[in-house]
Design a protein around this ligand. Structure first.
Ligand SMILES: [Zn+2]
Length: 244
């Protein structure tokens, strides 16, 4: 079984750590803070991971932003990234160009950069409570670990839908960058705007979620991020699975 790195979360004050949940992102100063291409709202910063030595993207970091203003607000087809190959099962090729961030990343943004170039972005107002991440090298398949870098995908879906594992991008081999556990939510700062959900009982179309957290691609989904093994074009493919 392939080596993975399991997250250990620790409360703390944001300082020099290069892997963490919430707080302010550390990005190269020249990178603009991302906005949602569907609704135009600023995207919420969820977490960033510095890939450790031994990971296929060692030396790089990935910061993940997602549109939390709009839980169930975007149309169904926009809630998840455009399905590149919704009908495929496993080990498929994604044609070159289909994962270009400007084209593929609509309600989320995965910003990839050399870890050494990250600088604290004071121009971002934090929405998710800060927690430091320490990575523990492990081979176990522990589905409750919030974030796992590398390793093997832990599939949760119903078998008939397949595993949707991409094999290559433009013919170049792909691997698992990281996965985020199902039912893992991100604690919201008290003054941050609430996530919105469909209002089934009231008069308005949407109402604030009462839970004091944000969900990433719905709380019941396990989220997988894939990328080319060669990080010279560090694009990201996202898919999700659930057993609902
Ligand atoms: Zn949006």
């Amino acid at each position: 079984m392939k080596q993975g790195w399991h997250s250990i979360l620790r409360p703390g004050v944001q300082g020099g750590s290069t892997s963490f949940i919430g707080g302010k992102p550390c990005l190269p100063p020249s990178v603009p803070l991302p906005v949602c291409k569907i609704c135009g709202e600023p995207l919420t910063f969820f977490f960033q991971a510095a890939f450790p030595e031994g990971h296929m993207w060692a030396g790089k970091s990935l910061a993940l932003f997602f549109c939390s203003a709009t839980y169930q607000k975007h149309k169904d087809k926009e809630q998840l990234p455009r399905p590149v190959h919704a009908d495929t099962k496993n080990d498929f090729d994604i044609p070159a160009g289909e994962l270009a961030p400007d084209f593929y990343q609509t309600m989320f943004r995965a910003i990839v950069f050399d870890t050494a170039e990250g600088a604290l972005r004071e121009d971002y107002q934090e929405r998710v409570a800060y927690q430091e991440i320490e990575w523990e090298p492990r081979k176990a398949k522990d589905k409750k670990t919030p974030i796992i870098l590398g390793g093997e995908p832990i599939w949760t879906g119903i078998k008939k839908y397949g595993k949707e594992r991409p094999a290559s991008y433009g013919g170049k081999p792909m691997g698992l960058l990281l996965q985020v556990a199902e039912n893992f939510n991100f604690e919201k700062m008290p003054d941050a705007p609430p996530e919105m959900e469909e209002d089934f009982m009231g008069d308005e179309a949407f109402a604030a979620r009462e839970e004091p957290n944000y969900t990433l691609f719905y709380e019941f989904n396990r989220v997988y991020l894939w990328g080319p093994e060669d990080p010279s074009d560090p694009v990201v493919y996202i898919n999700v699975q659930n057993d609902i």
